[in-house]
Ligand binder design. Sequence first.
Ligand SMILES: Nc1ncnc2c1ncn2[C@@H]1O[C@H](COP(=O)(O)OP(=O)(O)O)[C@@H](O)[C@H]1O
Ligand SMILES: [Mg+2]
Length: 288
Amino acid sequence: MSRDDTSTVQQSETDQLISTDPGRGGLAEQDAQQAAGGTRTVIESRNLDVFYGETQALDDVSIQIPANRVTAMIGPSGCGKSTFLRCINRMNDLIDVARIEGELYFEGKNVYDDDVDPVALRRRIGMVFQHPNPFPKSIYDNVAYGLRIQDKTDDIDETVEQALRDAALWDEVADRLDESALDLSGGQQQRLCIARAIAVDPDVVLMDEPASALDPIATSQIEDLIDELAADYTVVIVTHNMQQAARISDKTAVFLTGGELVEFDDTDKIFENPEHQRVEDYITGKFG
Ligand SMILES: Nc1ncnc2c1ncn2[C@@H]1O[C@H](COP(=O)(O)OP(=O)(O)O)[C@@H](O)[C@H]1O
Ligand SMILES: [Mg+2]
C-alpha cells in the first residue's frame, strides 16, 4: 500500500494540546525524513522497558511508527503486545504495579515527561479494545459522548453521522440512533466503538485485537474498515492472527517471548523473507 502523507499535525500544536512545555527535539530529523521521501514518524519508543512488579514485560524496545499507515504488532501470548500499546497513550498509568523506563515519543514529545496531561494525550490517541465496550446508552449518545465532554457540540449531529459513516455503520443504524447500543450485534458494537473513538478526531487509533471476539463476517468488515481508517489516522493494531496482520498492515512488528521486539519491517518483508530465523519459525508456525 502506498499513500500520500496527509497528516497535518505539527509538533507545536501537539505540545500545546498535551503539555504546557514548549516543544523540543525530533523536528529536524523529521524534516530530513520527509525530504528524503520517507514517511513521517508519529510514535517512537527508545529503549523502552516495562515491568509489572518483578516481571519484565518489555525489554529494550525501540521502534518508529509511521503516520497514516497500519502497523501491526504480532507475537505469542504474553510477549508484551498489549503492554506496548498501552504505553503509547499511558493507559499503563492505570496499573499500579507497572513501571516504565526509557522513552516514548508522540510527535516528538516524550509522553512520560512530567508536563504531559494523560487525559489530553488520550484525546489525541484513541483506543479500541478486544471486547466491544459501548456505554449502556443510545447509539447516538455513545458517539456523541466524547464530543460533549470536550464541548465540541457545534454541528454535533453532523459529526456523529460522519463518524458512523467513517466506521461503516451508518447505513445499519441511521433509523435507530435512539436505540440502545447494547442491542447491536458484536460486530456492530465494535464498529460503534470505532466511531466513538474517531468522532473526537484523534491522530492515532490503537486497537488491541479488535476482531478476535467477532465472527468471520464481522471480522472482515472490521478489516476493511481498518484499511480505510489509515487514510486519516495512524493505526496501530495488536493481533495474534498472522493472516490478519498480513492482510491489513503496512508494517509489522514481531515481539517474541520476554518482551523483545525481534523484527520490525514492511509487512511483505516480514512474511516473505524475515531477517531472523526466530521470526520465520514463528510465522511458519514452528513455535508460539
Ligand atoms: N496488569 C498486569 N499486572 C501484572 N502483570 C501483567 C499485567 N498485564 C500484563 N502482565 C504481564 O506482562 C506480560 C505481557 O503481557 P501482555 O502485554 O498482556 O502480552 P500480550 O498482549 O502480548 O499477550 C505477561 O507476562 C503478563 O502476564
Ligand atoms: Mg494482549
